[in-house]
Design a binder for this molecule. Structure first.
Ligand code: TA6
Length: 313
């Protein structure tokens, strides 16, 4: 029985969240609170898995320079294994400005360091090694400069060859290229899936998701923000409804959703149970001040408020 869940963050970051009284372009604003966390989508997934009670979590990816050392130290301090490949330059900062007036979030995401062929080769062998003891390997986020758009497809093949389930959460060209490698799970939001379906299925979301599912992707979930999610898992269609919430910070909700799903999937749970756990984690993240953070009491209170029904075409 494999207990490890590995997360791969190729473009890890320090996530900085600035709370400002009102965000007004072209003015000087003073932050009332600033929070810094180890981040990037896969790191957030790792943290939430650990908070949900999965003790054997390892985070890998590229880490560079002073920022890379900061984030590896923070990950280890939180009880998560960190086995990053060192790259040149500096890991990036991702900035999130939360406007207290309307709780809206404005993000500025740096492009990240340049990675070279030798780093990519080292990363591939690290992912293969970790996948051999993992139930699930979650691949998340954008690619750093120098990484080919085919990299996720190559990693999916490696993960599958090592006997683990490859989960993928990315967008744009890296997602489009990775679909042919048939990840076990994808979670685009509506904006991310529409370009993938351009010219197909007459823009019909249900038909689009169904076509991805019939092409060998076992778990296709589309997150719909405050409207919950829709999914096709092993051919069965589900509609996930979530409660109305007073969100504090919605950045990282998708990562928490992936963590909840991986938690259930690694335990062999039903699609309904995985979706419920995922949606409760995603909602709980919205109640925290920082990205990729789920408080146990919020999560427990939200679980019974998630409804899983049938998704009707
Ligand atoms: O999902 C939220 C978030 O993880 C932020 O914390 C930030 O680090 C960002 O996404 C990075 O996304 P990207 O797609 O650029 O890798």
């Amino acid at each position: 029985m494999r207990d490890t869940i590995t997360t791969v963050t190729l473009n890890a970051a320090i996530d900085k969240t600035y709370y400002v009284p009102a965000l007004v372009k072209g003015t000087v604003m003073r932050a009332t609170e600033v929070l810094s966390m180890a981040g990037g989508k896969g790191v957030n997934v790792a943290r939430v898995l650990h908070q949900l009670g999965h003790s054997d979590v390892v985070a890998t990816g590229f880490a560079a320079g002073y920022n890379g050392r900061f984030l590896v130290d923070r990950i280890r301090e939180s009880g998560i294994g960190a086995e990053f490949v060192e790259a040149n330059g500096e890991s990036r900062l991702c900035l999130n400005f939360i406007d207290a007036a309307d709780s809206s979030s404005t993000e500025i995401l740096e492009p990240g360091p340049q990675v070279e062929d030798e780093h990519i080769a080292a990363l591939k062998s690290k992912v293969s090694e970790l996948a051999q003891r993992s139930a699930v390997v979650v691949l998340s986020g954008s690619l750093p400069k120098g990484a080919p758009p085919s990299l996720y497809a190559e990693l999916i093949e490696l993960v599958r060859a090592s006997g683990a389930e490859p989960f993928l959460d990315t967008s744009g060209a890296p997602l489009a290229q990775a679909l042919a490698a048939k990840p076990a799970f994808i979670k685009p939001n509506e904006d991310e899936i529409v370009p993938l379906l351009a010219g197909q299925c007459d823009g019909n979301l249900f038909e689009g998701v169904k076509s991805l599912s019939t092409h060998g992707i076992r778990n296709v979930v589309v997150t719909l923000g405050g409207d919950g999610a829709a999914a096709i898992v092993d051919g069965a269609a589900y509609r996930v409804t979530i409660p109305k919430l007073q969100a504090v910070n919605t950045v990282g909700c998708g990562d928490a959703f992936v963590a909840g799903y991986a938690y259930g999937s690694s335990r062999g749970w039903s699609a309904e149970a995985c979706l419920r756990h995922a949606a409760a984690a995603g909602c709980a993240n919205a109640l925290s001040t920082v990205a990729g953070d789920v408080k146990a009491n919020d999560f427990e209170a939200l679980l019974p408020r998630i409804t899983i029904g049938e998704w009707l075409a």
